[in-house]
Design a protein around this ligand. Structure first.
Ligand code: ATP
Ligand code: MG
Length: 377
């Protein structure tokens, strides 16, 4: 539905560095379990990120995202499971030996140190002119050359975030972890920072994992999404795989929007099925539902797969118009079905079309190929 080009595709491969200059190593986590006290915060989590890739861990508050980053960085040792970086098993390796850089949600800059001192902090092996030159290089990379002598509190949120990135990059990590790095920034600044960050990531080829609970951000930045829920991975894959083929209702509604309609399977054959909606209306699918007759299910349908008709049409269901708001080239409708089930519909705006007022009845059909069925919980 979103017509904007994902950021990751807006930066040409020509801007990326030659493979020889790339720092990134592949990451693999397998069977990770961790409980702080009592119930596990993460429970049997496995995923891979290829060398030089950008993955986003996505999920609601408390699902275990930050815990996974702490385990990968070495700040927390898991109860079970293995963390591998390239060929190394780093599960029990101290954090400082892993070559993993971390940018914390609040940036965690040292407030009494200048930008130069913050960035140089992780360069303990270098002294004098050599250290100075290295810090200058990092500051140029994040475009903060002119800010070297400032204190963090004398800078904007976006600038502080770039200092935190430069500081994490200083020890030349093979893996960079960012915990909600853009959360504190306003929308315009966030978009700028996402772009800058991707430029940098492409330039250095550092394998990167970013935590966010903003699915738009995840889709814009990452080439791989890892959706977590209640300590487990619900699904991992490319953004389009998760959007087009979500395996669970949770993923269907968390990555992109979807309305959920309760239904039961009224008829089922090899080639067709009939669903009775909670409104009493029936819809006919030209395929088997995969459920036995009588099973309670839910139908998830994305706004762009709801078709609006001004007049009654064959198979169409009446709905009440509650609100319609223009959104770029689309108009988003909030509808209510007869039994009060909310339904969102997105309609392409015809040039010069007037916005229909709320109230009144409209008739909806669904693009049946795109209606997804899940067992009712
Ligand atoms: N130091 C800790 N001691 C005890 N429990 C903790 C600790 N840190 C996190 N938890 C619990 O572990 C679970 C996962 O927390 P975590 O911080 O990984 O979530 P999150 O996905 O990062 O959430 P958010 O989006 O809010 O940052 C939560 O239930 C949390 O309360
Ligand atoms: Mg967190």
């Amino acid at each position: 539905m979103d017509a904007t080009l994902p950021l990751r595709d807006a930066i040409s491969p020509a801007e990326a560095s030659p493979a020889s200059a790339r720092l990134g190593e592949a990451l693999s986590v397998a069977g990770i379990v961790h409980a702080y006290s009592g119930a596990p915060a993460v429970d049997d989590v496995s995923f891979d990120v290829p060398a030089g890739g950008v993955a986003a861990i996505l999920g609601p508050s408390g699902c275990g995202k930050s815990t996974m980053l702490r385990i990968i960085s070495g700040l927390v040792t898991p109860t079970a499971g293995v963390v591998r970086l390239g060929a190394r098993d780093v599960t029990r390796m101290p954090a400082r030996e892993r070559r993993v850089g971390m940018v914390f949600q609040n940036y965690a800059l040292f407030p009494h140190m200048t930008v130069r001192e913050n960035v140089g902090y992780g360069l303990s092996g270098l002294k004098g002119a050599e250290k100075r030159a290295e810090v200058d290089k990092l500051l140029a990379l994040v475009r903060l050359e002119k800010f070297a002598d400032r204190l963090p509190r004398q800078m904007s949120g976006g600038q502080q975030q770039r200092v935190a990135v430069a500081r994490a990059l200083a020890p030349r990590p093979t893996l960079l972890l960012l915990d909600e790095p853009f959360a504190a920034l306003d929308r315009a600044l966030r978009a700028d920072m996402q772009f800058e960050f991707l430029r940098l990531q492409r330039e250095l080829g550092i394998t990167t994992i970013l935590v966010t609970h903003d699915q738009e951000e995840a889709q814009a930045v990452a080439d791989r999404l890892i959706v977590m829920n209640a300590g487990k991975v619900e699904q991992a894959g490319s953004p389009s795989e998760l959007y087009d083929r979500p395996r669970t209702l949770f993923v269907n509604t968390f990555v992109g929007q979807a309305s959920v309609i309760k239904a039961s399977v009224a008829a089922e054959s090899e080639t067709a099925s009939t669903l009775r909606l909670s409104t009493g209306d029936e819809i006919h699918l030209p395929r088997r539902s995969g459920f036995m007759r009588g099973t309670n299910v839910v139908i998830a349908v994305r706004p762009e797969h709801v078709v609006l008709h001004e007049k009654p049409a064959p198979g169409a269901i009446p709905a009440r118009r509650m609100m319609a708001v223009p959104q770029g080239p689309l108009r988003l409708h909030d509808l209510l079905l007869a039994d009060g089930t909310p339904l969102k519909a997105a309609e392409r705006r015809a040039p010069g079309a007037s916005d229909a007022p709320p109230g009144g009845t409209v008739h909806v059909t669904f693009e049946l190929d795109h209606c997804r069925l899940y067992p009712s919980s």
